[in-house]
Design a protein around this ligand. Structure first.
Ligand code: SF4
Length: 287
């Protein structure tokens, strides 16, 4: 549901929804980069209103996917997360493929506890191919949905050994024929290991934040990916996903995002922001 055209203000107490003291001088960085000097507690309401008016998207022709706006988002993501990579522990493409299959409905932290144990027990793809799913199930139980995941991992190993000579294929169409591999997993493996940009990884963080930043209006990951591929330069597809995933983990939480600490704040019109110096427009999305 759209929200009204009102600017969110900090409470008179100086406290506001979900805001905490920004770490490591983040406020200064935000102010410097966004020309906001009013982020933080104790700012006069008049100054807030002035900033909101200046940044209002109500001006004619506001287009959330305008190239300039998208470029600005990418620039700020670079400032926030310059060197981020995949958080799943792996040493080769096969290990990354397994880790990505196990990460569905689980956390990377959880998966990273399991994978070193299973890769020590079954060091090669051939070792996995020799298993039955039932034999693998106890080893991956803690990642959840372990029956389906065991079937996928063992099925993937068998196909990679039988059809691809024991090597994870680098062709996306071949990779998509491997059991347990859909576009997200294929993009993770191709992008993070082979550095091949065939698409944009769309996970739960990318879904939520792309909507908050109005880069898509869709819920379906395939449609979201298509939208992102249209507006983000191909040479940024891989890094963009990593950056957005880290942003979702560190600031732009599903519940109570830390907007007061976010470098994207004055160009973000998400309907569920916990702090805003910009006027909300009628199309602001709730995630
Ligand atoms: S301002 Fe808030 S909702 Fe928008 S990107 Fe930043 S943390 Fe997410």
């Amino acid at each position: 549901m759209p929200r009204g055209n009102t600017t969110r203000q900090p409470a008179k107490t100086g406290r506001h929804e979900g805001a905490r003291k920004p770490p490591n001088g983040a406020v200064n960085k935000i102010a410097k980069n966004t020309k906001h000097s009013n982020v933080g507690a104790g700012v006069p309401a008049r100054a807030q209103k002035k900033a909101a008016k200046k940044s209002s998207p109500k001006s004619k022709g506001y287009n959330p996917i305008a190239p300039d706006r998208v470029a600005e988002i990418l620039k700020r993501l670079n400032e926030l997360y310059p060197d981020v990579t995949c958080a799943l522990t792996h040493r080769n493409a096969w290990e990354l493929l397994v880790a990505t299959i196990l990460s569905a409905q689980s956390t990377d932290v959880n998966v990273n506890k399991v994978t070193p144990i299973i890769f020590k027990k079954y060091p090669t793809v051939q070792d996995f191919a020799a298993l039955t799913p039932e034999e693998l199930e106890p080893d991956i139980h803690s990642t959840g949905f372990y029956r389906n995941k065991a079937k996928s991992v063992v099925g993937a190993a068998k196909m990679i050994v039988q059809d691809f000579g024991g090597e994870v294929p680098t062709d996306i169409n071949q990779l998509l024929t491997v059991p347990g591999v859909a576009r997200k997993t294929a993009n993770v493996v191709l992008g993070s290991w082979f550095k091949i940009a065939e698409g944009v990884v769309v996970d739960t963080h990318v879904t939520r934040i792309s909507k908050r930043l109005e880069l898509t209006v869709h819920e379906d990951p395939k449609k979201i990916e298509q939208d992102l591929m249209q507006i983000i330069p191909r040479d940024r597809w891989i890094l963009f996903s990593h950056q957005i995933i880290w942003h979702g983990r560190t600031l732009c939480y599903a519940r109570r995002p830390k907007c007061a600490e976010c470098l994207l704040e004055n160009i973000c019109h998400a309907g569920d922001k916990t702090w805003s110096t910009v006027e909300m427009h009628k199309d602001a999305q709730l995630t």
